[in-house]
Design a protein around this ligand. Structure first.
Ligand SMILES: [Zn+2]
Ligand SMILES: [Zn+2]
Length: 225
């Protein structure tokens, strides 16, 4: 959290009815900075017309898909081969190896082929090895899986568009050793991580850059909407 102990403008509370939530700890004026926090994880968000433009997987700038460059390793659209986010483990640096399991590029049906919504859950899973401390913080967030059990629309949607997409196209293409090196638990965790993500995505959207984030403080905010 960005504020020091004792002078925070908000308090975290919880109740059986509401779960976790925040309340103002003092009177707030227009323009007051209420909270600031570095995200646990960054990810691209889908564009309104993904056949025309997609976010760079390194920096999230929109890229025209028909003329834009592609990552030389995995083939996903990028703003430039020199984009610093391509090597950065907080952005594309680690996932590139996994996405390279399906190296060919396509120009027809790109929206189905490159599902940017799947990358944030994948990056959540990768925290297991890239930053175990952040992974633990992520697990502390409420998943609300009790409302999204198998057979519900939300579960089936996440299963098809996130879990099966990642498993069939990428994870299952890796050999056992590669999988163990990258992921210490089953990708089925993507279900719960995706649920967490879905709960918090409205807070993490940054439209100008085409990115989405998850922050620990967001765990308190879901019930505030
Ligand atoms: Zn870029
Ligand atoms: Zn790549």
């Amino acid at each position: 959290m960005g504020q020091g102990e004792g002078d925070s403008p908000y308090e975290a509370r919880s109740s059986e009815e509401l779960g976790r939530y925040l309340v103002a700890a003092r009177d707030l004026s227009p323009g007051d900075l209420v909270l600031t926090e570095r995200p646990l994880v960054f990810g691209p968000k889908g564009m309104p017309d993904p056949e025309a433009s997609m976010p760079c997987v390194g920096c999230y700038k929109p890229v025209f898909t028909d003329v834009g460059e592609r990552c030389s390793q995995c083939g996903w659209p990028v703003c430039s081969g020199n984009c610093p986010g391509l090597k950065d483990p907080r952005h594309h640096g680690v996932e590139c190896k996994i996405l390279s399991a399906r190296p060919e590029c396509v120009l027809i049906g790109m929206a189905d082929y490159y599902r940017h919504d799947a990358l944030l859950p994948l990056r959540c899973l990768l925290l297991q090895t890239t930053d175990p401390g952040k992974w633990e913080k992520l697990l502390e967030m409420q998943s609300h899986m009790e409302c999204r059990l198998p057979g519900t629309e939300a579960y089936d949607e996440a299963n098809e568009f996130i879990v099966e997409y990642l498993m069939n196209n990428f994870i299952n293409q890796l050999n056992t050793n590669e999988r163990k090196k990258i992921l210490t638990t089953s990708v089925q965790c993507a279900h719960s991580q995706n649920m967490r993500y879905n709960r918090y995505k409205c807070f993490g959207n940054t439209p100008r850059t085409g990115s989405r984030t998850i922050s620990t403080i967001h765990k308190h905010l879901y019930h505030g909407t």
